[in-house]
Design a protein around this ligand. Structure first.
Ligand SMILES: *Cc1c(COP(=O)(O)O)cnc(C)c1O
Length: 404
């Protein structure tokens, strides 16, 4: 699978751009809080004390390093050697806590006593509520009223951890509206409130910040892969919602030109019908919630409704760094349907005894595509971004619908 791959320049630039993407497209009232955050993050990175706190909590609280697991039966089924990076084994069940913890420590360092966050499926809300409890901070989570109904278990988890979950009833009552509401809260309460953004999205410096906190995935995976196999992977495969688990895996390999980057988006019910969240298949350049990137929108620039069986991939915009890596030819993006993802989830469970999240199943489904652009000798490193306990009710409903 090797070929010439362009070198990736250092990014973002001082204004927060990854090539033409990213930036800071927000109302004037948010400019000062974002500048404060940027300065605080720069200072924290220079402070060894801040690094030590993370270096203590990542192993002792989150459970890092997560293993890199051989998947022999899956490998035989797909015709290449597959290694799985086990973010499903992080505390709270997904990679989201890597970022939530890094930002919460930053918040405390900034003297903020209250965390706010938005959540769709509830995973980022649970991660934020968890670290808020750990650090003794107040916590309010904004969640669309429709999502609250669909993800009742995660709502309960957040409340049990001491967070206030505030329903958002505007528009579609899902993630996009929850983000807008969290931004409104932040502007109003910025003196004592920190906004923990959940993916590699939003206005600068969030895409960089989230990427940096999630890069622990790729740093570990790179080291583990060399220890285990004596070489680097042929390709990295990760699902792409906002893009944080994927960019966290990719980033530490950016100067390894022979390692291919493959992001997998949610193809939903298929691209043709428009019921999907594959921004690179159906989107075009636009601005959504603070950043310039690929956005699913209609001819008038109205944000399109999206669909995915997996709530964590169901968003109209993709992280700006992904758009740039794609332009550079450094990363490729594919999409798989709901049906392919659910089928891959079942096959992974039966072949390896792993119940993955529906999001992560999109990366696994890529391995089962009919056209397999790899050889037996190739090494595919796949990010298992989360575990599937949260999806069991939905899977049961899916199976029931199939059998009647
Ligand atoms: C939220 C989530 C995703 C999608 O978010 P990214 O920012 O694209 O990583 C993927 N997998 C799991 C398990 C999630 O909870």
């Amino acid at each position: 699978m090797s070929r010439a791959t362009p070198r990736v320049p250092r990014a973002p630039d001082a204004a927060g751009y990854f090539g033409p993407y990213g930036g800071r497209y927000v109302p004037e009232t948010l400019m000062a809080p974002l500048a404060e955050l940027e300065a605080a993050y720069a200072a924290a990175r220079r402070d060894p004390g801040y690094g030590r706190e993370l270096d203590d909590l990542l192993p002792n609280y989150v459970g890092r390093p997560t293993p890199l697991t051989e998947a022999p039966r899956l490998s035989a089924a797909v015709g290449a050697r597959v290694l799985l990076k086990r973010e499903d084994l992080c505390h709270t069940g997904a990679h989201k806590i890597n970022n939530a913890l890094g930002q919460a420590l930053l918040a405390r360092r900034m003297g903020k006593r209250r965390l706010i966050a938005e959540t769709g499926a509830g995973q980022h809300g649970v991660a934020t509520a968890t670290v808020a409890a750990l650090l003794g901070l107040e916590c309010t989570i904004y969640m669309g009223a429709v999502d609250m109904e669909r993800q009742a278990l995660n709502v309960f988890r957040m409340q049990y951890l001491g967070a206030t979950v505030t329903p958002v009833t505007a528009g579609q009552q899902t993630l996009k509206e929850a983000i807008s509401e969290a931004m409104r809260d932040w502007v109003t309460n910025v003196g004592h409130t920190y906004y923990v953004l959940g993916s590699a999205l939003g206005a600068h410096p969030y895409p960089m910040l989230v990427r940096d906190f999630q890069s622990v995935i790729g740093r570990e995976a790179r080291r583990q892969c060399r220890q285990l196999t004596g070489r680097l992977p042929s390709a990295l495969v990760a699902c792409v919602g906002g893009g944080s688990n994927a960019i966290g895996l990719f980033h530490p390999f950016r100067n390894d030109p022979d390692v291919r980057f493959i992001g997998v988006e949610a193809g939903g019910r298929g691209i043709a019908g428009g019921q999907h969240a594959a921004r690179f298949a159906g989107g075009r350049l636009g601005v959504l919630q603070g950043t310039k990137t690929y956005v699913l929108q209609d001819a008038q620039g109205q944000i399109r409704l999206t669909h995915s069986v997996s709530a964590g991939l169901d968003y109209a915009a993709v992280g700006p760094e992904h758009a740039w890596l794609r332009d550079l030819g450094r990363a490729e993006y594919a999409h798989v349907t709901d049906r392919q993802a659910v089928r891959a989830l079942r096959r992974l469970a039966e072949l390896e005894g792993l119940l993955a999240a529906l999001e992560s199943a999109h990366a696994i489904a890529y391995l089962f595509q009919p056209a397999r652009p790899w050889k037996k000798n190739d090494l595919l490193l796949v990010n298992l971004s989360g575990r599937g306990d949260k999806d069991v009710a939905q899977l049961a409903a899916w199976e029931a619908a199939l059998s009647c």
